[in-house]
Design a protein around this ligand. Structure first.
Ligand SMILES: Nc1nc2c(c(=O)[nH]1)N[C@@H](CN(C=O)c1ccc(C(=O)N[C@@H](CCC(=O)O)C(=O)O)cc1)CN2
Ligand SMILES: NCC(=O)N[C@@H]1O[C@H](COP(=O)([O-])[O-])[C@@H](O)[C@H]1O
Length: 211
């Protein structure tokens, strides 16, 4: 199946890869308009890489510790992503902050398990639970140089229940998150998007365009 550059996704993972699997499942339908052309990680031995391999998707691992500086890793992962010529990079549980070489070369869509700007960072679910919120959720946003500070594309709320622990709450969030990410990625690839300041609009465009 020939997919235009517009439909080429590189997905970055660091864990179980259930968001990745949702994208793989969705892209099996040609009408989705996108396919995963590669899966990258910052560590070995994770289920996300197993999921990719089982689907016959090329994988790569770029470990920070293999490089003398963070800047060297930033350059290396950007170069590896570029080998697959994506139109969109999707960070789905990827636990490293991407540097300028990647951000300047590709649009990067990130999914976060909290309602940004609340509870950014590597532990959004834990931090929201500890704060005692009654409603949390998930956020799909375009990554910028900050930590979860980029323009928000979509959000959806998830209730916090009295006996929730981090794992239970995170699984409830992930159920919503997987559906939202699949919807947003498909719409952005098929319809394009614009970014004006902090406002992202999907549709009426032929590709990712900033104004
Ligand atoms: N340039 C950006 N890169 C990434 C973003 C982003 O907003 N801008 N989001 C992250 C995903 N993420 C939250 O959604 C997130 C992941 C990891 C961290 C973090 O503190 N990472 C540490 C290392 C942690 C570890 O190795 O376990 C680090 O990068 O030094 C914060 C937020 C994806 N990339
Ligand atoms: N701050 C980054 C972060 O917490 N990301 C979160 O990691 C999980 C990965 O699940 P998955 O590997 O099963 O898709 C997802 O819930 C994602 O939002």
């Amino acid at each position: 199946m020939c997919v235009s550059k517009a439909g080429r996704l590189v997905v970055l993972v660091s864990g179980s890869g259930t968001n990745l699997q949702a994208l793989l499942d969705a892209s099996a339908d040609p009408s989705y308009g996108a396919r995963v052309v590669a899966v990258g990680a910052d560590r070995d031995g994770i289920e996300g890489l197993v999921k990719a391999s089982k689907a016959g998707i090329p994988t790569f691992v770029e470990k920070l510790g293999n490089y003398p500086t963070r800047a060297d890793w930033d350059a290396a992962i950007a170069a590896k992503i570029a080998e697959y010529d994506p139109s969109l990079v999707v960070s789905a549980g990827f636990m490293k902050i991407l540097g300028a070489p990647t951000l300047e070369a590709f649009p990067v869509l990130n999914t976060h398990p909290a309602l940004l700007p609340s509870f950014p960072g590597a532990h959004g679910v834990r931090d929201a639970l500890a704060h005692g919120v009654k409603v949390t959720g998930c956020t799909v946003m375009l990554a910028d140089a900050g930590v979860d500070t980029g323009p928000i594309v979509a959000q959806e709320t998830v209730p916090v229940l009295p006996d929730d622990d981090e794992a239970v709450l995170h699984e409830r969030i992930k159920t919503v998150e997987r559906r939202l990410l699949v919807e947003i990625v498909g719409r952005m690839v098929r319809e394009g998007w614009t970014v004006s300041g902090r406002i992202v609009r999907i549709g009426n465009q032929t590709g990712g365009e900033s104004t």
